[in-house]
Design a protein around this ligand. Structure first.
Ligand SMILES: [Mg+2]
Length: 302
């Protein structure tokens, strides 16, 4: 089925959409903001949803920040949100390790990633090594002869790490190949990541050398994985038939909604361009609804 294009300025059509869904899941980058610039009308659209008593959850693959840290971004841009409404892929990974894998207390995680992952692991009481440890943030050559394998490492968790280097990749590779049963997890597998001035390699590009070396893919806890939705649902129960995912990216946000059996609304203020959803080169991932911008929800309402 082709997507339904909502007509900007047709208040009745947008209100009909609002009436259909009680729970609204939002991606952030490219939907609410781009870098440090707010999407026009996004703040007002969220206010409108709150005034109509909708449940709002922010679902982001950004694993560089913890939820508490991410909340600062909302505050800075003047968007109302609580920490409980924010679900990041680092948090989903921590919940997966503590509640689904039930990692024994004497086991550890080796982290390729930034402080956001470390904060979420700490909050869940999970021990870890690597991450921001200065010993691993080095450009010195990695020496296998001088490396001591920690037998308690049972998980390697990989997220976006802007200081990724050969030492971290080598250690992760050692744990995954030498510690029996060591689990390969990724916070998300986004190929790219939107910075305010353009795209940069994403978390998927950081785990790619390991995937290549191992010939094996990690289990991802971010969108489009259902693990992420299960994590959201564990904290905020919702009726899938009355829930909609709003996002700017087909292969993460829209696929995430489809995998989870909820409705989807694509906005064109971020990654996806109109040519990717119409015409001969359109993607196989088809959103249910399309609107130019989240701000369209408030246009034409006087
Ligand atoms: Mg996005």
């Amino acid at each position: 089925m082709p997507p339904t294009f909502l007509e900007k300025g047709n208040g009745n059509q947008y209100q009909a959409l609002l009436d259909k869904y009680d729970t609204w899941l939002f991606d952030c980058d490219g939907v609410l903001w781009n870098g440090d610039g707010l999407v026009e009308g996004a703040k007002e659209a969220l206010k409108l949803l709150r005034n109509q008593n909708k449940s709002i959850v922010f679902v982001t693959n950004n694993a560089t920040k913890s939820r508490k840290n991410y909340k600062n971004k909302f505050d800075k841009l003047g968007i109302d949100a609580t920490v409980d409404e924010i679900f990041g892929s680092a948090y989903a990974a921590a919940v997966y390790i503590s509640s689904v894998m039930r990692l024994p207390k004497d086991k550890k995680v080796y982290v390729i990633g930034m402080s956001g992952i470390e904060e979420e692991l700490n909050e869940e009481g999970i021990s870890f090594i690597g991450g921001t440890d200065p010993a691993d943030n080095t450009l010195e050559p990695f020496s296998l002869a001088e490396f001591t394998l920690d037998p308690s490492v049972a998980v390697v968790l990989c997220g976006l790490d802007t200081s990724v280097n050969y030492t971290k990749l080598s250690k992760a590779f050692q744990y995954l190949t030498r510690n029996e049963g060591c689990v390969f997890l990724a916070t998300n597998e986004d190929s790219t990541y939107p910075e305010s001035s353009g795209l940069l390699p994403g978390a998927g590009a950081v785990s790619a050398p390991l995937r290549f070396a191992l010939g094996k893919d990690p289990l991802s806890t971010g969108k489009p994985s259902k693990t992420m939705l299960d994590c959201v649902r564990a904290k905020h129960d919702f009726d899938p038939t009355r829930t909609i995912m709003v996002g700017d990216r087909l292969n993460t946000d829209i696929l995430f909604g489809q995998v989870g059996g909820i409705s989807t609304l694509l906005v064109l203020t971020g990654i996806t361009k109109l040519a990717e959803i119409t015409g001969p080169n359109a993607s196989d991932i088809v959103p249910e609804y399309v609107t130019e911008s989240l701000g369209d929800l408030v246009v034409g309402r006087g």
